[in-house]
Design a protein around this ligand. Structure first.
Ligand SMILES: Nc1nc2c(ncn2[C@@H]2O[C@H](COP(=O)(O)OP(=O)(O)O)[C@@H](O)[C@H]2O)c(=O)[nH]1
Ligand SMILES: [Mg+2]
Length: 306
């Protein structure tokens, strides 16, 4: 007999149905249990959900023991700016990774060439963006996907937008779809795709790119688009009478001078005697400021601790 369920339950159920991986299914099943009707009429439903939960947990455990895909933890630490390259097999992930990082990751026509994650660095201006070539959907690493800042999702057709989204249900990352293999599209094909994007995918960010045929300017623009997804500011530090640092510190938007000091060394903010600032948030060059001062992108700060 059907029972009345809450909108939260209905939503969790819908996401459960859409989820592609056991890990995602487990997550939404737990959401369903949390939101299942508490009254007597919901008893059978709750019992049924708990049985399903138990089965999913067992299935995931068995997979982990067998050393299956997606179970292992990544062996690297997330840096200040992290960008993943994810997508369905053969969509140009590794090729794009190689171009952005200048590295050589294996590319091929054989789907699922990249089983493990490849780690590299995209250089943009004076900053470094940690860049990861992910195993293809559905074997991407869930925890990495769910915790990253930005995900570039490579696609070769419009249909792959929604197909890929099924693997990105739980991430808070900013998503940019990279429509690769632009060189293989005729002008009229591209126009048709653009028209569909405009009418049906208004809320998705899609960038066309060719991994095999692009100008340096197009590459620079792509890197800029990636860089702009990060909610960060660049702060340069200097010592009295010396030049400012060449490479900036990457801070969250809204960070204060005190946050910068703490990032350099824990406890340092309480030792600052005097601080000065140059750049966008200074009233005049070398203005004296306190540790509460909120900084802006490209500020230069100088501390004196004694
Ligand atoms: N013509 C063309 N071929 C590409 C492009 N990007 C990737 N390829 C080819 O598509 C195949 C799959 O690329 P790969 O980067 O290995 O895809 P992955 O499986 O997503 O990592 C390879 O044969 C690549 O050479 C592109 O922009 N244009
Ligand atoms: Mg690959």
């Amino acid at each position: 007999m059907p029972v009345n369920v809450s909108p939260e339950y209905a939503k969790a159920e819908l996401q459960f149905d859409r989820a592609q991986s056991d890990e995602d299914k487990l997550f939404f099943l737990e959401e369903m249990i949390k939101n299942a009707p508490a009254h007597k009429g919901g008893e059978a439903l709750r019992a049924n959900l708990r049985t399903r939960l138990k089965k999913f947990k067992e299935k995931i455990e068995t997979k982990k023991k067998a050393g299956g895909s997606g179970g292992g933890k990544p062996t690297f630490r997330k840096e200040d700016m992290q960008c993943l390259i994810a997508g369905l097999p053969n969509t140009g992930k590794s090729s794009l990774f190689n171009i952005l990082t200048g590295q050589k990751s294996l590319t091929s026509d054989i789907p699922f060439t990249t089983y493990t994650m490849n780690l590299g660095t995209t250089q943009y201006d004076d900053t470094k963006i940690q860049t990861v070539d992910m195993p293809p959907f559905p074997n991407e690493d869930k925890s990495t996907v769910n915790t990253s800042d930005t995900i570039l999702v490579t696609i070769n057709s419009i249909e792959q937008i929604n197909e890929s989204k099924k693997f990105l249900l739980r991430t808070h990352a900013k998503i940019i779809f990279i429509f690769t293999k632009l060189d293989l599209l005729s002008d009229s094909e591209k126009r048709k795709i653009e028209a569909t994007l405009k009418s049906k995918y208004k809320h998705d960010r899609v960038i066309f790119f060719s991994n095999t045929d692009h100008t340096q300017e197009e590459l620079k623009n792509l890197k800029k688009e990636i860089f702009q997804t990060f909610p960060i500011i660049r702060v340069y530090t200097k010592e009295p009478k010396k030049e400012a640092s060449k490479t900036p510190m990457i801070m969250k938007e809204g960070s204060t001078l005190g946050d910068v000091a703490e990032k350099i060394l824990k406890g340092m903010s309480s030792k600052i005697k005097r601080a000065r600032i140059w750049g966008p948030s200074s009233k005049f060059s070398g203005q004296t400021i306190g540790i509460e001062r909120v900084l802006k992108d490209k500020d230069v700060v100088e501390f004196q601790t004694d």
